[in-house]
Structures are given as C-alpha cells and as structure tokens.
Design a protein around this ligand. Structure first.
Ligand code: GLA
Length: 393
C-alpha cells in the first residue's frame, strides 16, 4: 500500500538533514479507534477496533554495528543507545518505545543490528488513538526488516504489549497492538482477546466515523487504568469464591450468574464486572448488526457509553458533554467515549450525508454544554485503513 502520508514526508526530510543520506525504508503504522468493546481486552473479552488513516512513520537505514540513533522529528529530540545495553529512560518517555521494542525482540532470541531512524507522527497525541502502539509496531517492523526475520503478527503484538508493561508502565491489553498490525481497509477487526483469534468484519457503506477529541488530555489514564485492572481481578476472585468454581477472567461469567449474586457483591467491583460482561455482549451484537447493515441497531449499542460512565467510571464531564453534543445532531447513529477514557476522544458513527453538519454543529453544542472555559474540541472524520506496513524507498 502506498499513500500520501504527511509523516512519511517529514520523516524523510528530517532523515536527510540528520544523517546526510536518504533512508532505505519507511514503516508506516496507523492509529486506531475502537468501535466497541472498551476495557474488555484485559478481561479476555471481545473488542472491535479499526485502524485509521492517521499515521506514524519510522524512516530508517541499517547499520553494521549495535548502535541505534533515533530522531523524534516532532519533538525536536533524539536518542542514542546500544543494543547490548538496553535500559529504560526514566526521564523521557518516548525513548522507552524504541528501546523497549529492541529489548523485547532480543529477549525472544533474535539478534538485532543497529539502525539510524527518524520517527514522525500525524496521530494526535493524548486523544486516545494509540500513538503508543503505532510507535511500538513501527519500530518492531523496522528492526525486524534489517535482520530479515518474519514474526507472526499476533506474536509481535504480544511482544509490543510487553514493552508497554515493562518500559512504559501501563498494564494495557492487547487490542491496540493487534489492530495496528492486523487492521484492514474498510473492515473492523473482531478480536477474541482470550486466544487472539480474529475475524475481519466488513463495514457497510453510507456511514462515516468521526473522532471527536474533547481537548482534555488523558491525564489519569495510566494510574486509573491500572486500578480498573486490579478491580477486575478482585471481581474474578470474589466471583470464583461465591460461585464455587475456578474462574480465569470475567469472560467466564454470564450476565445471569452475575445477576444472581449482584446484590451481595461489594462495590465498586460489581459494577466493574457488570460493565465488562454486558460490553462483551454488546460487541457481538454490534458486529452482527454491522454485517447485516442494521445501522440503527448498531448505533443504539454505542450507548455502551452509559456503562463506561456509570459502571466503569472512566468518563469525565467533557466526554459526557461531547456524547450529548454528538447525539443532538440529526444523522448521528451513536456515540461513545473510545479508548481508555479519562479524557481523550469520543467516536461517533454518522450517516455519510450528515458528516459536514456534524463537524460544523457539534463544536458549538459542545461549548454550550460546558459553558465558560470549555476546552477547544477537535473533530475529524477518519477512514478505515490497513495495519502497519514497510515500504522500500
Ligand atoms: C487502552 C489500552 C487497551 C484497552 C483500552 C480500553 O487503549 O491500551 O489495551 O484496554 O485502553 O478498552
């Protein structure tokens, strides 16, 4: 696949300026938006993300030693490290992604060679479009290219997830890395996070997807995210003891079973469990509706936002205001927060012929909802893209 990618052009230009020669390859990795299935991935549940046409690019050239030099074109920063001595950088977060990726690949027995690289990105930061998964898979495919090793993409996704755990400190699930590697144009990816089995779900025509960034960065995301994860583990433990059978995850509990013990179950873990279990059901219903072209039914299921707000408590005032603003415009099938929450963006599914009106009306209504000091929102339509690829330059 070859596209007119802004970050590719910037990365190539900065590569020339930094290293005095052209790059040999560029790896392009997309951002992602999750249509439905939020906070289900680390509970061995279902998710339905799409890869989108906002890209990160790693332009690179191979070296014959163990040195890695990386320039971050958008941050005016650079890093240099040796593949024989990979350490976390405690001060500068982005540096942990190339370092962590090199570390995880070598941990798995593949000896890497040094590279010179420039990374540039058009994926908005902090909006919840997973620029971090994009930088992980971007560097992973780049490093592997120069040693000519092919790793199956689901395995590579797991390695990149480990980078997030060990080098970035977020106990994330597997969704972001899987979609960044396995996305397909005009399709969503139905992923079973229990065994990583996956299917492409064709998307009906006549709709558009809008990302509506609230303008509020996801500040609490890392700490609160890890707390939610622990609460789900507590819920599994409580349910195992109460239901009297060993459970591996919330995936093993039906909504009927939860209903039987819900009143005795402590707060907040009973609401956390209810979100996860009902959300899994909504993912399956949503993908079925999309296959059938039943857009109203699919849109209705995006009311999953209420469950994220009330049961999982990962929304915030601005995300709620954005959902209200979106839902007040004719032609919006449904809207919900997307990604981890605590700020960031909403996703809306919109009738294609209503797109222009949505982009124009919603910022005004968002400002009305929030009154004075409303943050500046950023709304844009996204196209459904392919997963990451390497192109020779
Ligand atoms: C973040 C994580 C994902 C997933 C979502 C919530 O994006 O990286 O693994 O858990 O939050 O659905």
């Amino acid at each position: 696949m070859s596209l007119n990618v802004g970050s590719l052009q910037r990365a190539t230009e900065v590569f020339h300026a930094s290293f005095g020669a052209p790059p040999e390859i560029a790896t392009i990795a997309p951002g992602r938006v999750n249509l439905i299935g939020e906070h289900t991935d680390y509970n061995e549940g279902f998710v339905l993300p799409i890869a989108v046409d906002r890209y990160l690019c790693v332009a690179a050239r191979g070296r014959n030693d163990k040195k890695v030099r990386v320039v971050a074109a958008d941050l005016n920063d650079s890093d240099e490290f040796n593949l024989d001595d990979l350490q976390r950088d405690e001060q500068v977060n982005w540096r942990n992604y190339p370092r962590g990726v090199a570390w995880v690949i070598q941990q798995n027995g593949i000896e890497l060679k040094g590279i010179d690289a420039v990374v540039a990105s058009d994926i908005p930061m902090g909006a919840g479009l997973s620029s971090s998964a994009a930088i992980e898979v971007g560097f992973a495919l780049t490093f592997l290219h120069f040693v000519q090793v092919d790793v199956p993409r689901p395995t590579l996704a797991q390695w990149c997830q480990l980078v997030e755990h060990k080098f970035a400190g977020v106990q994330c699930g597997i969704m972001d890395q899987m979609i960044a590697l396995l996305g397909k144009e005009n399709h969503a990816l139905l992923l079973d996070c229990r065994d990583l089995s996956h299917q492409l779900v064709p998307l009906p025509s006549g709709i558009a997807f809008v990302v509506a960034d609230t303008g509020v960065p996801r500040t609490l995301a890392a700490s609160e995210y890890n707390i939610r994860r622990q609460q789900c583990e507590e819920a599994v433990k409580w349910l195992s003891e109460t239901l009297g059978r060993p459970l591996k995850s919330l995936r093993d509990v039906t909504i009927e079973e939860l209903g039987q013990v819900f009143n005795e179950m402590p707060e907040p873990i009973r609401r956390r469990a209810r979100h996860v279990i009902t959300e899994n059901n909504r993912v399956l219903a949503f993908q079925q509706a999309m296959r059938e072209g039943a857009l109203k039914r699919a849109g209705y299921l995006l009311a999953s936002h209420a469950s994220l707000r009330d049961d999982y408590e990962v929304s915030c005032r601005e995300l709620d205001a954005m959902v209200n603003a979106l839902m007040s415009v004719d032609g919006v099938y449904g809207a919900r927060l997307t990604g981890a929450g605590f700020g960031g963006a909403c996703l809306a599914m919109v009738r294609e012929d209503a797109l222009a009106r949505v982009l124009e009306e919603v910022p005004k209504r968002y400002a009305e909802e929030l009154g004075q000091n409303a943050p500046e929102p950023n709304l844009f339509a996204v196209r459904v893209s392919d997963g990451a690829w390497v192109q020779t330059l």
